[in-house]
Design a protein around this ligand. Sequence first.
Ligand SMILES: NC(=O)c1ccc[n+]([C@@H]2O[C@H](COP(=O)([O-])OP(=O)(O)OC[C@H]3O[C@@H](n4cnc5c(N)ncnc54)[C@H](OP(=O)(O)O)[C@@H]3O)[C@@H](O)[C@H]2O)c1
Length: 235
Amino acid sequence: MVILITGASGGFGSKLSKYFAEKNHKLVLQSFSREVSIKEDANVFSFSCDLTNETDVKLFMEKALSKFGKIDVVIHCAGISKNAISWKTSLKNWNETLAVNLTAPFLINKLLLPQMKKNKFGRIIHLSSVVSQTGFPGTVAYAASKAGLSGLTKTISKEVGANGITVNNLALGYFNIGMIEQVPQDQVDAILSGIPQQKLGDPIAVCELVQYLISDAGSYITGQTIPVNGGMYSY
Ligand SMILES: NC(=O)c1ccc[n+]([C@@H]2O[C@H](COP(=O)([O-])OP(=O)(O)OC[C@H]3O[C@@H](n4cnc5c(N)ncnc54)[C@H](OP(=O)(O)O)[C@@H]3O)[C@@H](O)[C@H]2O)c1
């Protein structure tokens, strides 16, 4: 399969890239300020761009589609979190967070869905967060952007359900990778005390879940926000 991963230079993006490279899939990897760790070759195409820029995103999709002729799977890993209490959150930070976390997935999906419909196959995976379900002080833009992914997921899944395309959203708790590396230890300890399993998640759980969702076995699961959170939140 041809798998496109945004935010492939980040914690989850790197893990997922390595996991699917080892399974011999063709990869389209997007990064922004850093480089991806997997070298380009006949099976790997990497592209650096700012996903808040519509022109960049359009060029990225054109290049990606011309490289392998199709995209079967999109895993939206690019994301930012700019923490501040609601009344101190600037409009600039709000807009930037929404642009990377919600508008970019919308735009990429919009550009890729016509060829997925034509191919009668597609798998779209969004990476959301438990804070979109529980709320968490100081994360207003992040939580709102991630909650938006739930509506995006449900709606697109209904629009393309008859076209062999599934769309799902993983509401992740706290994992021992990526964004958590910027969090001071005292805050990590506070987070741990709120996780029933009393530990951070291992990203392999997310790799294996994505693998299931893109396989034939996962083809009847669509439109779902799936919690992966060590027991922090359940419906
Ligand atoms: N780690 C966790 O515990 C956790 C928990 C819940 C949800 N999540 C979600 O999972 C996803 C991945 O998280 P992570 O921990 O792997 O984050 P991360 O390590 O901070 O990676 C974020 C990625 O987003 C890219 N990015 C940021 N701004 C961009 C922009 N304007 N245009 C294009 N790309 C941009 C970064 O590119 P560069 O590095 O190249 O600049 C990087 O590849 C995020 O959506 C996050 O919200 C993570």
